[in-house]
Every structure is written in C-alpha cells, then in structure tokens.
Design a protein around this ligand. Sequence first.
Ligand code: MTE
Ligand code: MO
Length: 253
Amino acid sequence: MLLKRRLAPLMLERTQPILNIERRAFMKQTLSLGALALLTGCDSIEDNTPVDRILKAMSNWNDKAQGAIFDPNKLALTYEQKDVVDPFRFNAFYGEDEVVVVAEADYKLELSGMIADKASWTLAQLRELPQQSQITRHICVEGWSLIGKWGGPSFGDFLRKVGADTTAKYVGFKCADEYFTSLDMATALHPQTTMALTFNDKTIEPRNGFPFKIRVPTKLGFKNPKHVMEIFVTNDYPGGYWENQGYNWFSGA
Ligand SMILES: Nc1nc2c(c(=O)[nH]1)N[C@H]1C(S)=C(S)[C@@H](COP(=O)(O)O)O[C@H]1N2
Ligand SMILES: [Mo]
C-alpha cells in the first residue's frame, strides 16, 4: 500500500526553471543544484538523455567535494511573509490519500546511536524548547519549488542538548511512513536546520510531516524528512530512500 513507489521523478522537461534559479545562486558562490549541472555538464542534457547517464554524471561531482565546499555558517536565502504558500504542496513517495497520521498521544521521538541521553521526547517537551522560524524556499528535485515558513526547535541546539557526538559523520532519520534519509553533521548543526513543529505558525499538517519535519533549507526537499520517529548519530553511512536509488546524497540546494 505505502510502497506505491514512483519511478525516476527527475522530469527533465520540468527542471529548467530550477536550473535558472540555481544558476543565479551559483554565481553567488553557493553550492547548488545548478552548480552540479554546470560542473557536470548536465545542463546540456536533452530530454531523451537516459536518466542513469545523468545520475552518473552528477555523482562524478561527488559528495566529498560538495562537503568540502559547504560553508556551515552560510545561510539560505530568506523571504517575506507575503511569499509563503499556505496550504503548502504535498509530496511523498506515495499519494496524498495515503498520508500517515501519527497520533500525538502515543508519539515519542526515539534517539539512538552516538547520543549520551537517549531518553525519548514527547511533542509537549519539544514544544517547550526555544523555537526559531524562517521563511525559505523548498526545492524538490521533481521540478518544483515553493516558499514556506517552518518553525520549531533548532536541530543543532537539540543535538547538543541530548549530548549527540557532534564529531560523528552522520545524523540519520527514520520516519513513520518507512521513509529514511540522513544528513552530514555540518548540515545537521547548520543554524537554519529546524525541527519544524509548525508551518506558517500553525501545527504542521499530517500531510506536511506531523509531528514534525526536519526543515533543512540548505538541502533539496527529499533530504527534509517528515513524520520523524527516530534520530540516530553514526559514523556508518545511513543512505536514504531516494539516495539509495541513485540521487546524490549531499544534494545541497
Ligand atoms: N517521511 C517522508 N518524508 C519526506 C518524503 C516522504 O515521502 N516521506 N518526501 C520528501 C520529498 S521528495 C519532498 S519534496 C518533501 C515534501 O514535503 P511536503 O509534503 O511538505 O511538500 O518531503 C520529503 N520528506
Ligand atoms: Mo522532493
């Protein structure tokens, strides 16, 4: 039921607007999808170029190089309240009729791996932490982007509070819908990376990730896990749902 998996959502005829946006970002020295396209020659691809060849070209510009360029303090662009799209678009590896509805009463965020205090967290406890919010652009590799406002605890502050080993390489996420993904530690600690309990100042809707989504404005949409059930810290590469099917793991936006 849930695993109505879509095939290769990289729709070439729809990538052009994103490449334009990102090309401008590239000129400002940020790491971007456009940078990938330029550096790999991927923007000269045509509609009939086989997807596997594109992905192979993209992975030549590899995770290690991207990680070395990533500036942990460089902020993603922020926008104005008037730019916020509410309700926000839904996307997942299944249809909207199959959205996972997590019950607040039973919810507990589990912590595992290289974390000193592995006690679980209720939603009420997460709401008591200091909250931050930003208006940023979410960019989906399928060829759309929209601006939203996500708010909640700073993920970096949370990781430090629970005694995560911040010298570890990865932070992994397991979600209620069996989705999974992972971040490099520098991105997990980035000041804008947020445990988004709210969207546009209201409790985030189930379809957009209730109880929360890790909002990572420096990454493409698929690296922003919704319905997070477990967070773990590790030095073993955890991969991810789309990453394991060939999407570039670093995927900076
Ligand atoms: N748990 C979970 N998180 C997920 C996904 C998913 O299928 N399941 N899809 C990812 C993708 S590809 C995108 S673009 C965004 C969509 O978030 P939205 O529904 O709030 O627009 O969630 C990301 N996080
Ligand atoms: Mo996406």
